[in-house]
Design a protein around this ligand. Structure first.
Ligand SMILES: NC(=O)c1ccc[n+]([C@@H]2O[C@H](COP(=O)([O-])OP(=O)(O)OC[C@H]3O[C@@H](n4cnc5c(N)ncnc54)[C@H](O)[C@@H]3O)[C@@H](O)[C@H]2O)c1
Length: 394
């Protein structure tokens, strides 16, 4: 009997077993159609953890894994500046590619990757999962139902400690080629969500970026105003400077009172900080002993990233607010709180769509062209900041 698409196993290799892979590997491994057959990781101890956990082949370099004949698809979770070369090589070898956000750091690189993937008839998809989290999907459903009218204004704000959670020295090198700070690392999440809610096509961008801490000289904040082709306007604000935490607006001021203020920043000023940071950075990788962020343990179970920020969509006839566990719909005379099951997150949806695209050729909702458009918004914020002027996108 012929094997049906649903029965087909996809032999997938993970390239880079860092913090991103740590979150993604459990989701990939529970998908019934995916076999985690290999991993590549420079760090031998982390590589060995994976080999033991999955009885998988392991390689030191991503390039070796990509060249292996028995790997059909790769999940690339190495530092951002390495994505394009590794993805390009995998595509040329005929492998489907799920690559961490940001897929590329320039539009020309993104275009070349897309063209390459088209030519080799493989799926190229970015792993930006928060725009697939159930509250965002539910908000899209509520908007599509039409009772609130169309979205007119979106606000997204996020204040957290990205800059002072453990970072590698490379992540703190100035210049976009090293990864670009919060704009290129967190912008893809926030701007994908805003685009998902606002209709997708951003036309005008005015933005500012800030580098306020000379000891960590990468973009630590951005503030942007966007206008969509349908007239909807949005603001997207992000600070990684670890002062005010917007999670506290969601979780109650209690969270603020319970936490030692500025713990991460104080720790970075004490003797031996660089060594401690390097150790901590390694321990948030695959199989490591440390969780990211000092608030994780005191938090209730929530949709992680969404619980740390505020997102409000104002439609003609009502507002929608994303909450850590669902959303609230504010109508003319009613206010409905919708709680959603927490057993799945956007990562499950990404993995489902990647498998369906790789095995069955089903186009993913956020394909590589969608991710390219989000990158275009990130870069437009940067350009607008440099030029002090509005940027019009094609
Ligand atoms: N989607 C998400 O929620 C999410 C979360 C964190 C990071 N990310 C993204 O994932 C990427 C990695 O970030 P991270 O925080 O996991 O970094 P990380 O430094 O923790 O992990 C990267 C790993 O890749 C390994 N590596 C580097 N080059 C390699 C190569 N050529 N072959 C094999 N292994 C190699 C490193 O040794 C390291 O263990 C970034 O692009 C980041 O933007 C996404």
């Amino acid at each position: 009997m012929a094997e049906s698409t649903a029965d087909r196993r996809l032999r997938l290799g993970v390239v880079g077993l860092g913090a991103a892979a740590r979150a993604m590997v459990p989701v990939l491994s529970k998908h019934p159609g995916i076999v985690l057959s290999a991993a590549a990781e420079i760090d031998p101890e982390i590589r060995e953890r994976f080999r033991k956990d999955f009885d998988a082949k392991v390689y030191e370099r991503g390039e070796e894994l990509i060249d292996a004949a028995d790997v059909e698809a790769v999940y690339i979770a190495t530092p951002s500046p390495t994505h394009v070369a590794l993805a390009d090589r995998a595509i040329a070898a005929g492998k489907h590619v799920l690559v961490e956000k940001p897929m590329a750091l320039s539009l020309s690189d993104a275009d070349a990757l897309i063209e390459n993937a088209d030519r080799h008839h493989v799926c190229l998809m970015e792993d930006e999962q928060n725009s697939f989290d159930p509250p965002v999907r539910k908000a899209v459903e509520v908007i599509a139902a039409g009772a609130l009218g169309r979205p007119r204004m979106i606000h997204a704000l996020h204040y957290g400690g990205w800059l002072y959670s453990p970072r590698m020295p490379e992540e703190l090198k100035p210049g976009p080629e090293w990864g670009g700070g919060v704009l290129m690392r967190q912008g893809p999440h926030q701007l994908n969500i805003v685009r998902t809610l606002g209709g997708g096509n951003v036309r005008k961008v005015r933005g500012s970026v800030g580098i306020w801490d000379e000891s960590r000289p990468v973009v630590g904040m951005y503030s942007a105003w966007l206008e969509f082709d349908n007239g909807t306007v949005a603001t997207a604000v992000y600070s990684g400077y670890d002062r005010f935490q917007s999670a506290d607006l969601n979780l109650g001021i209690q969270a603020e009172d319970d936490r030692e203020y500025a713990r991460s920043r104080k720790a970075l000023r004490s003797p031996g900080a660089a060594e401690r940071e390097a150790v901590h950075r390694r321990e948030v990788r695959y199989g490591g002993s440390m969780s990211r962020g000092d608030r994780e343990s005191t938090r209730p179970t929530t949709f992680g990233w969404l619980s740390s920020g505020v997102i409000v969509v104002s439609c003609e006839g009502g507002d929608i607010r994303i909450t850590p566990t669902g959303l609230v719909v504010y109508g003319e005379e009613t206010r409905d709180r919708i709680e959603l099951p927490l057993d799945e997150t956007g990562r499950d949806e990404i993995v489902r769509q990647f498998y369906a695209a790789a095995i069955g050729g089903e186009p993913p909702e956020h394909d590589a062209r969608w991710s390219r458009a989000t990158l275009a918004v990130c870069l437009a914020i940067q350009r607008s900041a440099a030029e002090g002027a509005e940027v019009i996108l094609d």
